[in-house]
Design a protein around this ligand. Structure first.
Ligand SMILES: Cc1cc2nc3c(=O)[nH]c(=O)nc-3n(C[C@H](O)[C@H](O)[C@H](O)COP(=O)(O)OP(=O)(O)OC[C@H]3O[C@@H](n4cnc5c(N)ncnc54)[C@H](O)[C@@H]3O)c2cc1C
Length: 306
């Protein structure tokens, strides 16, 4: 990213919320469940799978966490009623992790059980490193209780990831592998993109060797090439792995994967707690400075012209 873009990224939290909302529209299905439903319908028609995320990491109270649980129950009912091809992604913080591990465990169990009763699947997103141990523990505990319809996310930027894969190997976990979006210190995370990529390839190879189902979550063309190479070398059938991308990011690359016969799942966030997610997406957009400049200019012209 150019110096100017990096400077803009640092300034993003100072950008007015309505501007952030407008710039991040393409990353979010909308505020309501019906918005997610329409987006997933469109994706399914394009032969893409989905994972629906109820935005909610900014919750502060038990009641808000309970509302997120209910929102997921509505999502499962809707997926079944409309015969959508979609699972869900949940964040431990949205289910109350910062309010207590026990509360979060109970909420997660409710979501996972509701999903199981409708034949659905729950992926636990991975958040910043202050939550990694708790999130992995929650996953282990629910697996120990006999739940099998849940998966985990591992981040290749974290130095611990290979040892986490070894520690989880006996469970043959379903893993979404991604680079990791959170800013982490050098003691625990690779800072250099080449090292993050190398770690991604090592982790992917180790997971595939161990027979894990992997969601290869990236828009990085080099890594997509490595992913294609590794699934081919492992002789995997179409239903033994998948690629994953975020709504609104490099859709033409996703179309190519689908045209080449790969499974592709799109991450579809919706809901009213859109701010934190939007900031993270904008921070990764290499053209963010241009968008903000164009928006600012547009508003200035609009004001002058009215
Ligand atoms: C399905 C899915 C689920 C994820 N879940 C998690 C999770 O649980 N925890 C977590 O920490 N991270 C998660 N991530 C985010 C991930 O860790 C990366 O931050 C993100 O995918 C960008 O990394 P990349 O591999 O695409 O490579 P990058 O090098 O960042 O991106 C490759 C190229 O894609 C384009 N691009 C990337 N982002 C954008 C954007 N926002 N707007 C426009 N263009 C863009 C750019 O052209 C860029 O050069 C997830 C990603 C995906 C695809």
């Amino acid at each position: 990213m150019a110096i100017f873009d990096r400077a803009i990224v640092r300034l993003l939290p100072a950008v007015p919320r309505p501007v952030v909302q407008k710039l991040s529209e393409r990353y979010i299905a909308g505020p309501e469940l019906k918005d997610a439903r329409e987006t997933v319908r469109r994706l399914n028609a394009e032969r893409k799978l989905a994972t629906i995320d109820v935005l909610g990491e900014e919750i502060r109270t038990e009641e808000e966490a309970a509302a997120i649980v209910r929102a997921y129950q509505d999502v499962f009912a809707d997926i079944e009623r409309c015969a959508l091809d979609s699972g869900v992604s949940v964040k431990a913080t949205a289910l109350g992790l910062k309010l207590g591990l026990g509360l979060c465990r109970d909420n997660l169990r409710t979501v996972v059980e509701d999903a199981a009763s409708r034949g659905n699947f729950v992926r636990i997103d991975m958040e910043d490193s202050s939550t990694t141990d708790d999130t992995l523990q929650l996953y282990r505990e629910l697996r120990a209780e006999g739940h099998t319809n849940l998966g985990i996310v591992l981040q290749s930027m974290l130095r611990r990831t290979l040892s986490d894969i070894e520690a989880l190997a006996k469970l043959a976990p379903s893993v979404r592998l991604c680079k990791g979006i959170y800013v982490e210190p050098p003691e625990i995370a690779y800072q250099d993109d080449r090292a993050v990529r190398a770690s991604f390839v090592r982790a992917l190879e180790t997971l595939l060797d161990a027979g894990s189902y992997v969601g290869i979550a990236t828009h990085d063309e080099w890594l997509l090439g490595e992913g294609r190479r590794l699934v081919h070398e492992h002789g995997l059938e179409r239903d033994e792995y998948e690629f994953q991308m975020l709504l609104g990011v490099r859709p033409q690359l996703g179309d190519e994967l689908v045209a080449d016969g790969h499974r592709l799942r799109i991450y579809v966030p919706f809901g009213r707690h859109w701010y934190a997610y939007s900031l993270r997406r904008l921070q990764e957009n290499p053209r963010i400075a241009g968008y903000i400049a164009a928006d600012t200019l547009g508003r200035m012209i609009g004001r002058n012209g009215s």
